[in-house]
Design a protein around this ligand. Structure first.
Ligand code: PSU
Ligand code: MN
Length: 308
């Protein structure tokens, strides 16, 4: 999607030898974020999940690139110890694109969101990113728009997700993506997934049924000289769904709690996700892990098809 850059070009970046080699060989690589690890999932499940995601990517014949910031070094490919450190450290800073220069300059640690992970991945030449759910336009706070959206719109890449997090305003989020010309592909579906469940009732731009079909659209976008990202939305497996009615009632409670406690801005998503986890007695967390695993497998297959 762009000419490969010299990875030494960016100070503060450190790409693991394995990933650098894979990129040199144009082998498939999948970028993984750490915000969901450090802030989105409870311990110790967060570390186990992060390790499993890497294994799943490998099993599909691609190289995982888990991205995070340690002591101001922007790491593309964390070692086992570094991943463990980020997953177990208290209060790791949430790093979106805005925070990258801050943590890099001040020598801080940070867990990267989809926006920051995508930004870093693109700079080293990784074209596929997998996550759980992207950020978007918030319910009750329509001016709170995740930096994930503009990053996806402006970065030539494929982001594999199970939709946007269910704590969000999905119609507004999809409108935003439409305005900014991001094709939203449904994987095996013509409806936008609802994160914890398979169908939000909202349409996608096109349905694809195989990695090759997704790659055809990705390649054609590139051939047309159209910069910017593509969203590949993969519904959660049926057996792991949480019914929308369950989520709706706990979400309303969580939103009201956030309002009472004055939680806004960057703290809002993690707060809502934690309350939903409590109120569903862990069902939302199990669903989140299941959809993450499903997404990285599809992402690895797309990365392979893209590299072929
Ligand atoms: N999805 C989850 N849990 C998370 C996130 C997404 O299931 O913790 C994180 C991702 O890193 C995403 C970020 O990029 O939340 C978006 O945060 P915000 O809405 O503040 O931009
Ligand atoms: Mn926000």
């Amino acid at each position: 999607m762009h000419t490969k850059r010299n990875r030494g070009e960016y100070p503060h970046f450190e790409t693991s030898r394995e990933i650098a080699q894979a990129l040199d060989e144009s082998a498939p690589v999948v970028a993984l974020e750490t915000c969901v690890v450090a802030r989105g999932l409870p311990r110790p499940m967060n570390l186990e999940t992060a390790q499993q995601l890497e294994q799943l990517v490998r099993r599909e014949g691609a190289t995982p690139a888990t991205i995070g910031v340690l002591g101001g070094q922007i790491k593309v490919g964390l070692s086992g110890e570094e991943l463990q450190y980020l997953a177990t450290k208290r209060e790791v800073r949430k790093v979106s694109r805005r925070e990258l220069p801050i943590v890099a300059a001040l020598g801080l640690d940070g867990a990267t969101t989809v926006a920051a992970t995508l930004c870093v991945a693109h700079r080293v030449g990784i074209e596929v990113l997998a996550t759980g759910g992207i950020g978007g336009v918030h319910l009750r706070h329509p001016f709170d728009v995740s930096a994930d959206l503009p990053e996806i719109a402006s970065t030539s890449s494929v982001v594999v997700c199970a939709g946007a997090k269910s704590i969000l305003d999905l119609p507004r989020t999809l409108e935003w993506l439409e305005t900014h010309a991001v094709p939203v592909l449904g994987y095996g579906t013509d409806r936008f997934p609802n994160f914890y469940s398979r169908d939000s009732g909202l349409p996608v731009s096109a349905r694809v049924d195989t990695p090759d079909e997704a790659v055809r659209i990705i390649q054609t976008k590139r051939d047309l000289g159209l910069e910017g990202g593509i969203l590949l939305a993969v519904p959660i497996p049926e057996t792991d769904e949480v019914p929308p009615s369950t989520i709706e009632s706990v979400l309303n409670e969580a939103l009201s709690l956030a309002q009472e406690q004055g939680i806004t801005g960057q703290a809002l998503s993690p707060f809502l996700l934690e309350r939903i986890a409590e109120l569903t007695k862990g069902a939302s967390v199990r669903a989140n892990v299941a959809l993450l695993k499903n997404n990285v497998v599809i992402a690895a297959r797309v990365a392979r098809a893209l590299a072929a």
